[in-house]
Write a protein of this length. Structure first.
Length: 349
């Protein structure tokens, strides 16, 4: 569940980070990386024009000199940089040996035709199946769907009711369970339980532990009643004036960020679909050949539409990008590189 809820890597579930909610949009060929006043980290912005990506023109281009440029199409030249293996390729394609191709879409245990189809760095395409012969791992995507990565070794997930570590970097429980806080005074040990089941006053780690149908959310490790926030006054991206259900928009006002129940109502069917077909969210999930795209694409799009529908600060090309992914069944024509660097999965309410 941590792969789904905190992503990483996933890339599917899109919510603007609260700390940088006012998205920066850049024109064609304009420099598109920037720094915040309170950080030395170099952020990558979004491009205004459809089909453009914030990236380099050569392998030697440093990140501070990235500009909004056209994304590379199928079989066109591309550059892999330190930020992502996807380089400057349009969504659904990956930069392999200097060319954008459909690759890295098959998880461990899925079918493959060649080595580049498999996205785990520990996998090989053996008898047309992506296989991890050593059982070595860095992330859960390096393991079978019913395994997780523990101490760099693929390990079987923990069953319902059994103890689990709350400090685990990845979800240790079998799908669709999650490791949840069992007692309010226990810091490290939880148990594998169903999602969204804890009642008012119960211990919790995140909102997924609390009964969302009763409008509960996790506040300071206790399930409490959600009350719709009142719009507040002036704010900046760098302060904490807004509460946890609001974000500081480009109008410098605290606007509603999300309603937990609204987001979960579209999230749970998506998760059920991913679980039914044993789809993880690692690798090139936007490839039409990936497990999630083949089986759950309409639900992914429904989640996107719900998220974007409440966000007025999204760059025009970003909304266009989602429409292309969801409406075009034969060709996808926007940049995954730009999308991944601007939007992150952030459902730890």
């Amino acid at each position: 569940m941590k792969l789904l809820f905190s992503f990483i890597s996933l890339i599917f579930l899109i919510v603007l980070t609260k700390g940088d909610s006012c998205m920066k949009c850049f024109q064609d060929e304009e420099k598109c990386t920037y720094k915040k006043s309170d950080s030395d980290f170099l952020y990558t912005g979004s491009c205004v024009s459809d089909g453009f990506v914030c990236g380099p023109y050569t392998n030697e281009t440093k990140k501070e000199n990235y500009v909004c440029r056209p994304s590379a199409q199928l079989d066109e030249e591309c550059f892999v940089n330190s930020d992502t293996d996807f380089g400057i390729c349009e969504i659904g394609l990956v930069c392999v040996n200097g060319k954008c191709i459909n690759a890295k879409f098959s998880q461990i245990g899925d079918e493959c035709e060649k080595e580049s189809d498999c996205y785990s760095k520990f996998s090989t395409c053996t008898k047309n199946i992506c296989t991890n012969p050593t059982n070595e791992c860095k992330y859960e995507e390096d393991c079978l769907y019913d395994q997780y990565c523990q101490d760099k070794v693929c390990t079987q997930r923990i069953q319902r009711g059994k103890n689990c570590s709350l400090n685990s970097k990845e979800e240790p429980c079998v799908h669709p369970l999650s490791c949840q806080k069992a007692y309010s005074n226990e810091k490290d040990v939880g148990t594998c339980q169903n999602l969204f089941q804890n009642v008012l006053g119960s211990a919790c780690v995140s909102d997924e532990n609390c009964n969302i149908n009763q409008d509960l959310y996790c506040n300071k490790n206790i399930c409490e009643k959600y009350v719709e926030p009142i719009q507040n006054g002036n704010c900046t991206n760098n302060d904490d004036v807004c509460d946890q259900f609001q974000q500081c928009g480009c109008d410098s006002k605290c606007n509603e960020w999300f309603s937990p129940k609204t987001r979960v109502d579209v999230l749970l069917p998506l998760y059920d679909c991913l679980n039914e077909y044993n789809c993880s969210l690692g690798g090139n999930s936007f490839s039409l050949s990936s497990c999630s795209s083949k089986n759950c694409r309409s639900l992914v799009c429904k989640y996107y539409q719900t998220s974007l529908g409440t966000n007025d600060d999204t760059c025009p090309s970003t909304k266009y990008s989602f429409e292309k992914y969801c409406n075009d069944s034969s060709k996808i024509s926007y940049s995954l590189f730009s999308l991944l660097l601007i939007l992150i999965i952030s459902l730890l309410f």
